[in-house]
Ligand binder design. Sequence first.
Ligand code: BGC
Length: 440
Amino acid sequence: MPEGTYSFPRGFLWGCATAAHQVEGNNRNNNWAEWEGQPGRILFDQRAGLACDWWGGRWREDLDRAMETGQNAHRFSVEWSRIQPEPGRWDDDALEFYRRMARGMLERGLRPMVTLHHFTDPLWLAAGWEDDKTPALFARYCERVVEALKEYTNLWVTINEPNVYTQGGYLGGGFPPGKNEAGSAVRVFTNLLRGHAAAYRVIHRLQPDARVGVAHHYRGFLPAHPWLPTDSLAANSLSAAFNDSFPRAIATGRLKLPFYQASLPEAAGTQDFFGLNYYTGENVLLDLFKPRQFFHRRFYRRDAALSQHGFLDSRPDVFWKALKWARGYDLPILITENGWEDAGDDTRPDYMVQHLKKLWWAANSNWRVEGYFHWTLVDNFEWSAGWTLRFGLWGLDENNQQRIRRPSVDLYEAICKQNAISSDVVSRFAPRSFPLLFPG
Ligand code: BGC
């Protein structure tokens, strides 16, 4: 059997990513808490509830797990509605909670990366990001957070997945406020850009050596029939709108959407690294009977390697495409999310090693890839899918807060500790992938 080791560059960051609403529990003052209370919004009407009880203190034991298994970084988000429960009120205890947690990470050898906005908005922000005043309010909130946390970190993500947030909430994607209106979507998207740009400046003013980025969600859109120009057109236009528009606007100061363009000079050059969230890719074709989907039909390929609930297709080849795409922005790259839903942990090890092999290739081609955050540490509340999708390295019984160690923990531990993927580890934890990674 061939032997070998795929080593990552020295100092590579290995961690997991989490988001406040998905792990903290008892978040009652944001738009998701309200949304979860409306029948039919979440699968089986499930609610975040206590989530992973991080607010109750269980972040300590979970970060112990991260530390003990060789991780050296952690990406987490802070909850705006806790820090600013009302327009004119700041909650110092909430800020102190996050200070304690960031300190807790450093004490465990985990470099904190802070996300300032991960899908949730305070309830008092009634019109959300449709309101042109929101970017300035967001920047004020960021100012408070950065003042409180800057002694612990200089790694910031302003906004998580602005494209998913906008599509989810304003183009019928099952997120609050449940709209399906292109006009609202454009307004929200533009204001997210403005909010990001304003936050970028605030952060750099308070912390000149800050490194600020966005967690960009890249979804692969592949022409269903590559020889059909209409399918290529459909796939490329979708990718341009969904994947490219936000990062390109940040690079150039020009927002280009299918039927809308705007000049946002304040957004140009407001990114110090490229945060990439990648999960999957799918086929696209032009379908004139789908005007509400902008004449696209999307579906997984016939021989897809689907995750447990058919939510994702394992496409390491598309991850490679995503990496090449991200590299085009000419910035250091951090994988801010990548993961797989799989309660039984049957296919997660394969997904993980096959994707990390692509990342290794990029990192060793002298691309500036600096780290990888797996989604996620412990099963968490999966937005409109409730508790049905299990993304954790550790499982969670949300009825009694028990954590269940999945085999992928050992796999990820070996990779983090060795800063490498070795043939020995792959043969033990992902034997099916062995011939792919180490062809004889
Ligand atoms: C989001 C996470 C989510 C994950 C898996 C990403 O788009 O940032 O919050 O849990 O996907 O669905």
